[in-house]
Design a protein around this ligand. Structure first.
Ligand code: AMP
Length: 191
């Protein structure tokens, strides 16, 4: 099962992905987490992406595609993958198709967490106060939302046309969102 958790930043993708890791043993592939880890390690890659991330802009497609490819290689026998925060552009989506195809896999399901932007801004302001992530500061977050609407939202009709898209109310409480995701996974044949 190859599942994309789709939605704007702070829609709850990471929270839901972690639940699926616990309940189903899927592997979570969060490019945001990978980039934050690279930055924390002080690696050359981390230094290269640090400023871009703090601004709330997107790092290059090549960087994130390579990170995903490496992780798919490292976890060849996983029962499923959850793509969280990837793909974020049309060319990342095309690259994902290619790298899955070369492993005899495909995108099975795209779950879009549908959320209200004003409520998201409130959620992120709270997260900024609690966790202090620089890119959660309200001005930067608005930039991240704009990037999502300009670069990432165009993927919605692409997956809808393929019959892969399932929309879930991301404003519901965490357990309700999890139950809706579970139902969508079962309907798509996931275990
Ligand atoms: P996230 O935690 O997914 O919101 O990611 C945090 C930051 O990492 C983003 O604002 C981008 O700067 C960068 N990033 C994460 N995933 C991607 C991606 N798929 N493409 C480009 N940049 C990304």
């Amino acid at each position: 099962m190859n599942l994309i958790l789709f939605g704007p930043p702070a829609a709850g993708k990471g929270t839901q992905a972690k639940r699926l890791v616990e309940t189903r043993g899927y592997i979570q592939l969060s490019t945001g987490d990978m980039l934050r880890a690279a930055r924390a390690s002080g690696s050359e890659l981390g230094q290269r992406v640090s400023k871009i991330m703090d601004e709330g802009s997107l790092v290059s497609d090549e960087i994130v595609i390579e990170l995903i490819d490496e992780q798919l290689q490292a976890h060849r026998d996983a029962p499923g993958f959850i793509f969280d925060g990837f793909p974020r552009t049309v060319s990342q989506a095309e690259a994902l198709d290619d790298i899955l195809e070369k492993r005899g896999r495909q995108v099975d399901l795209v779950i879009r967490l549908v959320v209200d932007e004003d409520a998201l801004i409130a959620r992120v302001t709270r997260r900024f106060e609690e966790e202090g992530r620089k890119d959660d500061n309200p001005a930067t977050f608005v930039n991240r939302l704009e990037k999502y609407n300009a670069d990432t939202a165009p993927l919605i009709p692409l997956y809808a046309e393929r019959g892969k898209l399932k929309e879930v109310d991301g404003m519901a409480d965490i357990d309700t969102v999890s139950a809706s995701i579970d139902a969508a996974l079962r309907a798509a044949g996931g275990h």
